[in-house]
Design a protein around this ligand. Structure first.
Ligand SMILES: Cc1cc2nc3c(=O)[nH]c(=O)nc-3n(C[C@H](O)[C@H](O)[C@H](O)COP(=O)(O)OP(=O)(O)OC[C@H]3O[C@@H](n4cnc5c(N)ncnc54)[C@H](O)[C@@H]3O)c2cc1C
Length: 510
């Protein structure tokens, strides 16, 4: 199969890239799940954009840079915040209806934002509204060929350039090549490598492993963001209580009934995510509890039900009425800040391979992502990647039909819990040299046992290795990366850690 553009992944970044590319040629949209599944579908809070008269892209830029702890790429953040209002307009053109109040579009507030600037849709079901609108458009757009339930197993590269993928049908069957002069990776993040995660099972970091094996640069892998407030449940995929609930005035208490955030940060419950997550972690350690308590019961019940209908319903299903009960919450792995290193137009270091969305490391998030900037990043950078892809496309050469033999796809779901447990315990919110070194040894042992077991194991282990190695190398605490043996920010560490296959890791100054 051949197309002018190959897009891998059907979350917000992939759908946006496919729709933009379809104006310029044929598109193959490959996704390992059903169309639209992925993290995007579960996004709650919404999309950040300076659209109110009291706000400006400049203020949005300043908030983003502040959260990023001096590791952001300023040029990338300028692009992000300047193009945010345009991205919102594009979503409206695609049929998204943003929630409105008497004074026009309602703007929510979230941690680290100095203004109300989060546009949402369907209350707290923004991701679903966006994905529903875009999947409908994609299905109606004839130059887009949908290739669902198909796994991108390997990138086809000739040492210099990428020409597409070797794919496997999720349910079995023979591998096949899907070729294109340009390949856009939009495969999302890797937070489901951890035991407690807000991410659905699609977030295994496949794109990072594929790009790494193809020789692309991978950066900032130590920065895994933990969301402070996921509802406590058994391990695995947990339900998130959006930051927007704290934005409307909910408080955090420890199990002794003390509100602890005002003593930690001037923005209290609305401090940046890394600050709230590590304060909760600290409280849980001190009190020996597995959770802290989120209280929204002092807020009007009508507001909670109207503004957060799906969170209200999900809590009720789990036995909590958020208008009356305290909600037990704890941090969960949430967002992969690092990933495949790109320039300002989504180009990776491998020609013909571009990346956008959570799989990419564009530099907009620095050491800590500001809430609701990631859906925005998907849209702004997917559109730029398509423009760059148009410029970069070269005719396809004859592609060899031989490829390296890969481990099979798993036929039965594997039990990844030993790896997930290790990642949470040793590579979680607070890290140390001894635990990380121990994790590294354990990952190598897993590699010996599982590398040929299945492609899924191989991808997970490759990404786990990169996260762990980067966390060991960064001997300081910055943003989402906390080291108890190096508790302070070190000005000498204003640099990125970059990995590339067959090369020693290197650092690049900001
Ligand atoms: C619970 C939750 C709430 C969130 N709330 C917000 C919010 O309010 N605002 C905000 O800005 N951000 C939010 N985020 C983050 C945001 O949703 C994600 O960063 C963003 O949606 C990522 O989009 P994406 O298109 O890059 O990846 P995804 O939406 O994860 O899509 C990745 C796609 O790639 C496919 N894929 C993966 N591997 C392969 C493979 N090997 N072969 C083929 N296909 C593959 C997947 O099936 C999926 O279709 C939230 C995240 C979660 C989990």
């Amino acid at each position: 199969m051949e197309a002018d553009f190959l897009v891998i992944g059907s979350g917000l970044a992939g759908l946006c890239a496919a729709l933009c590319a379809s104006r310029h040629g044929s598109v193959a949209l490959v996704t390992n799940s059903a169309l639209g599944e992925g993290n995007s579908l579960w996004a709650q809070g919404g999309i950040a954009a300076a659209v109110s008269p009291e706000d400006s892209p400049r203020l949005h830029l300043e908030d983003t840079l502040r959260a990023g702890r001096e590791l952001c790429n300023r040029a990338a953040v300028e692009i992000l915040t300047d193009h945010a209002p345009e991205a919102v307009k594009w979503l409206e053109e695609m049929g998204v209806l943003f929630d409105r109040g008497e004074e026009g579009i309602h703007l929510g507030r979230e941690g680290g934002h100095s203004r109300r600037r989060i546009l949402h849709s369907g209350g707290s079901a923004s991701g679903k509204s966006f994905i529903d609108a875009l999947t409908q458009r994609v299905r109606e757009t004839s130059p887009i060929q949908l290739v669902e339930h198909t796994i991108a197993a390997e990138l086809v590269v000739d040492g210099e350039r990428c020409y597409g993928i070797r794919s496997d049908a999720a349910g079995g069957g023979s591998p096949r090549l899907i070729l294109a002069p340009v390949t856009i990776l939009a495969t999302g993040g890797a937070a489901s490598l951890f035991e407690r995660t807000s991410n659905p099972p699609t977030a295994t970091g496949d794109g990072i492993a594929l790009a790494y094996r193809a020789g692309a640069e991978i950066a900032d892998m130590e920065f895994m963001q933990f969301h402070p407030t996921a509802l406590v449940s058994k391990n695995g995929w947990t339900f998130l209580i959006s930051e927007a609930v704290r934005g409307e005035g909910a408080y955090l208490f420890n199990t002794a009934g003390k509100r602890f955030m005002p003593a930690v940060h001037e923005m209290a419950e609305l401090a940046p995510r890394d600050v709230v997550a590590s304060a909760i972690h600290q409280e849980m350690r001190q009190t020996g509890s597995e959770y802290v308590l989120l209280s929204a019961k002092h807020l009007p019940a009508a507001l909670l039900k109207e503004r957060f209908p799906n969170i209200y319903a999900a809590c009720l299903e789990r036995g909590f009425d958020m208008t009356r009960d305290l909600l037990p919450v704890a941090p969960a792995a949430h967002y992969t800040i690092g990933g495949v290193r790109t320039d300002l137009d989504g180009r990776t270091s491998v020609k013909g391979l571009l990346a956008c969305g959570e799989v990419a490391c564009t530099g907009v998030h620095g050491a800590n992502r500001l809430a609701s900037n990631s859906l925005l990043e998907c849209l702004v950078f997917a559109r730029r990647a398509v423009e760059a892809a148009r410029q970069d496309a070269t005719p396809l050469p004859a592609i060899p039909t031989q490829w390296e033999s890969l481990p099979p796809l798993e036929s039965e779901p594997s039990d990844f819990s030993p790896l997930a447990h290790l990642m949470t315990k040793a590579v979680g919110i607070v890290r140390s040299q001894s635990e990380l070194a121990c994790a590294q040894r354990q990952i190598e042992e897993f590699w010996g046992v599982y590398k040929n077991e299945s492609l899924q194991w191989r991808n997970r282990l490759q990404v786990a290795r990169l996260i762990t190695q980067a966390a060991l190398l960064r001997t300081e605490s910055r943003g989402a990366h906390r080291r108890e043996d190096f508790p302070h920010e070190d000005p000498n560490w204003k640099k990125h850690i970059v990995f590339q296959k067959d090369r020693e890791p290197r650092t690049i100054e900001v």
